[in-house]
Design a protein around this ligand. Structure first.
Ligand SMILES: Cc1cc2nc3c(=O)[nH]c(=O)nc-3n(C[C@H](O)[C@H](O)[C@H](O)COP(=O)(O)OP(=O)(O)OC[C@H]3O[C@@H](n4cnc5c(N)ncnc54)[C@H](O)[C@@H]3O)c2cc1C
Ligand code: SF4
Length: 328
């Protein structure tokens, strides 16, 4: 690891001024410090933003504004989150270990880098994300964990965050501040698909920081919601496939449905095709499964991960079935 200067920001203006001088933000450091230690990434200055806004504010209509420096464990334990957005609390608790969740921040979780093993192998592997134009050893390599949706010939990595899958299903909005002022971006549009530029992973601009995440007022399908994560072992592993879903059934028919997938793409994958297919239909297992099949119709598996297609379809159907209670 190359030496770096470390600043602690006491407020947003100080953090942004330091970033304008080239400093990189650090929240809990649970991802960035690993990347620096393994020489996957580099920085000459870090600015610690973990002392900035870390509370939850509720607006008049019921929307919640979560400070970007709130710790993952604190957010998961918040009664407001557990009662109104249970899929988010469960997604947070499905991620990493208790020690890491105690350090990891909301902003850092959103910005964490892929867990593609070739990306971390700086001495032995080709990786377009690390070195644009260098090649990709995951394509044709060990790609059990890689993408089946939205990938390109340049990169097949997945986004590793559990929290972001729930945020996508909840239509969360990311609040940003930077040299050009403040702006908001829907979480579902925040992360980028790889295309020809896999090194560009989000819409965040140089010097710009995440200040908060906004959750819309809770709807019935947000309250009746779940996060289910399938992985190779029961703890401390990234998702093969995960499903964040919420469902509201009125008189036997789907009135509101929200579905997002993790472990399948370079971004949390909002299952818009399945949602559209289900609205107004009877809440039956057969309809849940055929909507899931419609969503996965555009999947393009690699040699090692075709199993993810069926796994995702069955998991979507199973989660919706459990949320429906007792479908026909
Ligand atoms: C062993 C292990 C297992 C894990 N398992 C899982 C898992 O199963 N599921 C899962 O979801 N995650 C998992 N993680 C990842 C973990 O959730 C992330 O490391 C963590 O969320 C990152 O948060 P942080 O605050 O520590 O980020 P940092 O490491 O501090 O920063 C990460 C990135 O975010 C940027 N950043 C930080 N704050 C801001 C901000 N406010 N604005 C803009 N940019 C910012 C940093 O510059 C850096 O690029 C695991 C990690 C480890 C080490
Ligand atoms: S899949 Fe993406 S991150 Fe992994 S080696 Fe290929 S280019 Fe790099």
């Amino acid at each position: 690891m190359t030496p770096f200067a470390f600043h602690i920001a006491n407020d947003r203006a100080e953090a942004l001024a330091l970033a304008a001088d080239g400093a990189r933000f650090v929240g809990g450091g649970t991802n960035l410090v690993d990347l620096l230690r393994q020489n996957v990434d580099s920085a000459s200055q870090l600015v610690d933003v973990s002392r900035l806004t870390s509370d939850i504010q509720e607006a008049d209509g019921g929307a919640l504004l979560i400070g970007a420096s709130m710790k993952n464990s604190a957010l998961a334990a918040q009664p407001l989150i557990r009662e109104r957005y249970p899929m988010l609390s469960r997604a947070l608790l499905a991620g990493a270990s208790a020690q890491i969740r105690n350090m990891a921040t909301v902003g850092g979780n959103i910005m964490q880098r892929t867990r593609c093993a070739y990306f971390y192998d700086v001495d032995g592997a080709r990786c377009n994300k690390r070195q644009p134009g260098g090649g990709c050893d995951a394509i044709g390599g060990f790609n059990r964990y890689h993408a089946i949706l939205g990938a390109s010939n340049n990169c097949v990595a997945t986004h590793p965050s559990d929290m972001c899958v729930a945020l996508a299903a909840l239509s969360a909005v990311v609040h940003l501040a930077g040299p050009a002022g403040e702006r908001t971006v829907p979480l579902a549009e925040f992360h980028a698909l790889p295309g020809a530029s896999p090194q560009i992973e989000s819409v965040l601009q140089p010097g710009e920081m995440i200040t908060a995440v906004e959750l819309p007022p809770a709807t019935p399908a947000m309250v009746n919601s779940e996060y289910r994560k399938l992985r190779d072992r029961s703890s401390y592993a990234f998702a093969l496939v995960s499903v964040a879903a919420g469902l509201d059934v009125v008189e036997g028919k789907v009135a509101e449905v929200r579905i997002a997938l993790g472990g399948v793409a370079a971004k949390p994958w909002r299952a818009t095709h399945a949602e559209a297919a289900l609205r107004g239909l009877p809440a039956t297992r057969a309809n849940f499964l055929s909507a899931a099949e419609e969503e996965l119709a555009e999947a393009r598996p690699l040699e090692g991960n075709a199993f993810k297609i069926g796994l995702a379809q069955r998991t979507i159907a199973a989660v919706l079935e459990s949320l429906a209670g007792d479908p026909a």
